[in-house]
Design a protein around this ligand. Structure first.
Ligand code: LIP
Length: 260
């Protein structure tokens, strides 16, 4: 199946699943690993719908998903990495800033990405080697220097052992860039970096389903994604720190972070 056909199936499934988010009511949060790591029946319904539609479109497709421990082999011919609702806490609290994130790997190579924010009606997409788009218009990371941009940050609330390190990084970003933003969705933060809305997105620990699609969108928008140690992000299912943005701004952030 051609990458463009895969992407078309992804975006169609996301737009259909977004209806479940818009119609949501009486949203009940269920705790997973702790009181901040929550899931809802809507996360599971969105994931089930995406799996059903993508299985119809791509016979034999495999899945690596946030919910229900659906973790198929990452090297499959067509593997979809799904975060059904990224920004679940926002979704539960009625803070309309969440998205559906789907990446497609072909034989272990990240090939297509789609992240849909139903509240803003913004569909971010990328195909490897073909650039990144928002609602069909090309997007690029910003050319502005780090000190002249706003920094998007995540607080890794599932990892309280990282809190001191996290807020030291946020303090540095606040002092060295124009300001910080904690908007609550890693996937949308990566899209903001790809669209040049923020200079850097940083978070000390997130999961593969949080960053898989956003990573390709950032790279196809001319940016880079690195760990806080300056390394390539892992693609083996492990959690990772993420620093994303233009090559220059990621390098500047890492230089400043190394001095903490
Ligand atoms: C969330 C991320 C957020 C991060 C949270 C969590 P979820 O994803 O989008 O940036 O800080 O720890 O990982 O759980 O809402 O899909």
């Amino acid at each position: 199946m051609r990458p463009a056909e895969l992407l078309s199936a992804m975006t169609a499934a996301e737009r259909e699943a977004a209806g479940l988010m818009r119609e949501a009511h009486d949203i009940l949060a269920e705790c997973k690993t702790g009181h901040r790591d929550v899931v809802t029946a809507y996360d599971r319904k969105v994931q089930e719908l995406l799996i059903a539609r993508l299985s119809e479109a791509v016979p034999g497709a495999r899945f690596f998903c946030e919910e229900n421990d659906r973790h198929d082999e990452l090297s499959a011919e067509h593997l979809f990495i799904i975060d059904p609702i990224d920004g679940t806490m926002n979704f539960v609290r009625g803070l309309h800033h969440s998205c559906i994130s789907v990446a497609c790997c072909c034989g272990g190579v990240l090939t297509a990405a789609a992240i849909y924010n139903p509240y803003a009606d913004e569909m971010f997409t990328a195909l490897r080697g073909e650039g990144a788009l928002c609602n069909g218009r090309a997007i690029r990371v910003t050319a502005d220097p780090f000190c002249e941009t706003v920094t998007a940050c995540g607080t890794s609330p599932y990892n309280p052992e990282l809190t001191d390190k996290t807020f030291a990084l946020l303090r540095m970003a606040f002092l060295e860039s124009l300001d910080i933003r904690r908007e609550g969705s890693a996937a949308l933060d990566l899209c903001s970096a790809a669209a040049g809305r923020v200079g850097v997105y940083v978070e000390p620990s997130i999961s593969l389903w949080d960053y898989a699609a956003g990573k390709l969108i950032v790279e196809e928008a001319g940016g880079v994604c690195r760990t806080l140690e300056g390394e390539e992000l892992p693609f083996d299912g492990r959690k990772s720190s993420v620093v994303a943005g233009s090559r220059e701004n990621v390098a500047e952030f890492l230089r400043l972070a190394a001095k903490l």
